[in-house]
Ligand binder design. Sequence first.
Ligand code: ZN
Length: 313
Amino acid sequence: MGRRPARVQVDPESIDSDERPPQTGNIFNIWYSKWSGGDSSDRNTQTHSKTRCNIERDSGYTKADKEQSPFFCLYFSRGACCLGKKCEYLHRLPKETDSWIPHTLDCFGREKFAEYRDDMGGVGNFNKINRTLFVGRINEIDDSIELKISKNFAEWGDIDRIRVIPNKNIAFVTYKNELNAQFAKEAMAHQSLDPDNENEILSVKWANEDPNPEAKAKIEHEHNQQKLKIAKQLVEKLERLKQYESEKRASVTVEEPEETDDLPPKRQKMIQPSPLTPTFFNGSLSVLSELKHKKAHPQKNQALVDYSSDDSD
Ligand SMILES: [Zn+2]
């Protein structure tokens, strides 16, 4: 890069309102370059990106290098920044030394969310360090697919591994650095593996992998606390039950069990009272006899009687 100024990727004169994506919402957010509010579903209106970043040709210094701004230019990553060296965001690839960007923000300075979007698109999740991208809508999977993916995605940073799922026409690309995965997600969105194939419009999203060890440990700790609480409550219940049983035994004289010599040993064991066997005390017995009495002399259902008399009018 050296002292070369950043290249103006698109001529400002050439940008007209047609460059905006089709309106699928009420408000056009210039920074996110999409419509929001209303029905913002843009799944059926995706078109091939008209621009693509070329790191070799386009990167250079901008105002951001002078002012030590830590964030990268979203438009640059998409090959569509018209500001060149006047841009207040970085026009280069993220490096290992850029990893001081807080985990709540992505490399473009956008706030991450506590959860991923349902479709795994968007800025990402601050509870996870995710270095893996899902690449969908690959047109053709042949013997050279891994090479093609490697060639396209290595433009945006060092790749750790690539996994292709041929029968689903998808692939997973894991970068060595999370910031490069963030950059690549924007750079490869709506692009194709073959530059001449405009029919291929790649879908690039976050893969559900690589949980942040810190966040994972925190969630596990919370789960363990919850389990401990439930276990404590169970022990307390058990203690209360045991106490109740022992009090009852102390106050009630238990009848001698009937002669059980004629029963086989197994059945003898079954009828031995367990310390936790629920037992009725006098109050319960009176309620039970009352219930039996009601059942023997059922009352007429008053509501039903009233209804049928109304009906006869
Ligand atoms: Zn820019």
